[in-house]
Design a protein around this ligand. Structure first.
Ligand SMILES: [Mg+2]
Length: 98
């Protein structure tokens, strides 16, 4: 385990809370994606002025942070995550219309 992973496990020890936060962050990705589709790639937030795509990237980063914590807690296996990612890319190749 790396020093960073040890720090993550120490700072964020509650598995149930981490899974809840992961779910919340996934929901925020969905919301952000919906706004991007609704208002377009070049839309800026009416209050913050931030580009919608920046918001989507932030929310995906939040999900990746939670994944790092779950890997550090040895709930998720990075090799299995990579294998799942490759399986998804292969599945997409078989049905994705280009
Ligand atoms: Mg978030």
């Amino acid at each position: 385990m790396t020093e960073r992973q040890e720090r993550l496990v120490k700072c964020f020890p509650d598995l149930n809370k981490n899974l809840e936060i992961l779910a919340e962050e996934c929901a925020e990705v969905i919301q952000s994606k919906s706004k991007l589709i609704r208002f377009g790639l070049n839309h800026n937030h009416h209050v913050t002025g931030r580009p919608a795509v920046d918001h989507l990237q932030d929310e995906i980063g939040d999900v990746l942070a939670m994944i790092d914590i779950l890997v550090a807690q040895q709930v998720l296996d990075p090799d299995e995550l990579q294998a799942a990612k490759e399986r998804k890319l292969k599945k997409l190749e078989s049905w994705y219309d280009t």
